[in-house]
Ligand binder design. Structure first.
Ligand code: ADP
Length: 405
């Protein structure tokens, strides 16, 4: 190959630190680098002390080290770089080394190994080492930036959560006053003022009540993400049973059948997971179609997690809404069509994610919905009651419970 000067490349500036005890070899190496297209500046050192001293001033782009240096070895220069946390590539430029030694040097962190009688390969090796270092630096910078953004996001999320909690908590008291006094106005003065006044008072009462339920829902959402999780080995069959007890009133209107079998014992906060089942079963009942609702709950192992599915035969959800329904206060219907504030699924998402799982929807509009969520099958290091087998299935038969009132 022609030297770079001969083909007119612009030269690349290169600060070299040569660890070499033979002046003639040092000269040969530098000449080869110039021929290879580098504008070389640098210094030759011969001892560890000189090497250390040199690193205290200007840092080189690359270290080229001979292996045998009388009292020490070029590979020890690598230890000095590592000890000083310097990510500077080091290429061994040496006479013949055995394969074992060469492999050992690469394992210890040398970037490459070039024989002195094949110096023409050195510029190529240096270019590759510099490119790799650039890539490494870019990757490290990108990772640092990502970590910085993640911690910034976490901080701002915590601030937002704190804000939502304080706002919803502190708004409750004045709102209670407004609701109580508008209610009192309605009771005491209904029919005593004119019809217009009755209408205005009614709007104020309804508005205050509506705001109260919104604030309470916001507070419930906030609370779902606060405090310790207090995980316990929990039988999901019992949680579903409890959740259904709390839904008897809701189910009374249309009737509902909930089927589940062999649900596992998992490490969760029981109150929170009960809330998840309650919200999902409650929605399945609320968003039923013309037929009475049939809800099926299953669990199976998938990739080291438990994968739960809560399916119904209700009105279904168009796929384009699969993400938005998990956002706070997002609803697809008016409150006159279906009651609710659009907080239930966002609470489920928060609870499942706090437990290290994921929740999503699989649905075809008009053909029912399936909400799926995962929970880690095992919580390492958690203290379990003696004899509890986490992630086991209970040998239960299928439970079919009718919620018809
Ligand atoms: P809410 O039930 O108070 O409206 P959610 O957050 O629980 O609030 O649900 C958000 C929206 O997702 C609901 O308004 C409804 O449009 C839709 N949805 C949730 N569950 C179901 C379901 N099982 N079948 C059909 N639509 C559902």
């Amino acid at each position: 190959m022609k030297p770079a000067e001969a083909v007119g490349f612009s030269k690349i500036g290169l600060r070299v630190l040569l660890v070499e005890d033979t002046a003639a070899d040092a000269e040969l190496i530098l000449r080869e680098l110039r021929r290879g297209g580098f504008e070389v500046s640098g210094e030759v050192v011969q001892s560890p002390e000189q090497f250390r001293r040199r690193l205290c001033s200007d840092l080189p782009d690359i270290v080229l080290a001979d292996y045998n240096l009388g009292g020490w070895s070029g590979i020890e220069a690598l230890d000095i770089l590592q000890e000083q946390h310097l990510n500077i590539p080091l290429i061994l430029v040496s006479g013949a080394l055995g394969d074992v030694t060469a492999v050992e040097c690469i394992k210890r962190g040398a970037t490459d190994y070039v024989l002195k009688d094949n110096l023409a390969r050195l510029p190529v090796s240096i270019r590759r080492a510099l490119a790799e270092r650039r890539l490494h630096d870019d990757r490290r910078r990108a990772e640092e930036e990502l970590a910085r953004k993640a911690s910034e996001l976490e901080r701002s999320n915590m601030e937002l959560e704190q804000f939502a909690y304080v706002a919803s908590h502190d708004l409750q008291e004045p709102l209670r006053m407004v609701a109580a006094y508008t209610q009192l106005l309605a009771e005491r003065y209904h029919g005593k003022l004119d019809a217009q006044a009755d209408k205005y008072i009614h709007y104020a009462v309804v508005g205050a009540q509506r705001m109260q339920t919104l604030i309470q829902d916001l507070l419930a959402f906030s609370r779902a993400g606060r405090g310790g999780l207090d995980l316990e080995a929990t039988d999901c069959n019992l949680l579903v049973k409890d959740a259904m007890q709390n839904l008897i009133l809701a189910a009374r209107e249309g009737g509902a059948i909930v089927k589940y079998r062999d649900l596992p014992v998992v490490m969760v906060n029981p109150a929170q997971l009960r809330q998840v089942f309650q919200n999902l079963i409650g929605n399945a009942i609320k968003f039923r179609g013309s037929k009475p609702s049939v809800v099926q709950i299953t669990a199976e192992r998938a990739n080291g997690d438990w994968l739960f599915a809560v399916s119904d035969n209700g009105i279904g959800i168009a796929p384009e809404h699969a993400e938005s329904i998990f956002v706070v206060f997002q609803r697809l219907h008016t409150r006159t069509e279906y009651a609710g504030n659009g907080i239930g699924l966002s609470i489920c998402k928060k609870i499942i994610e706090r437990h290290g799982g994921r929740i999503w929807l699989e649905s075809v509009e008009g053909q029912g919905s399936t909400f799926k969520f995962t929970l880690p099958a095992k919580e390492p290091g958690a203290a379990l009651p003696a004899g509890t087998e986490i992630g086991s299935r209970r040998p239960d038969e299928e439970h079919t419970r009718s919620l018809v009132g």
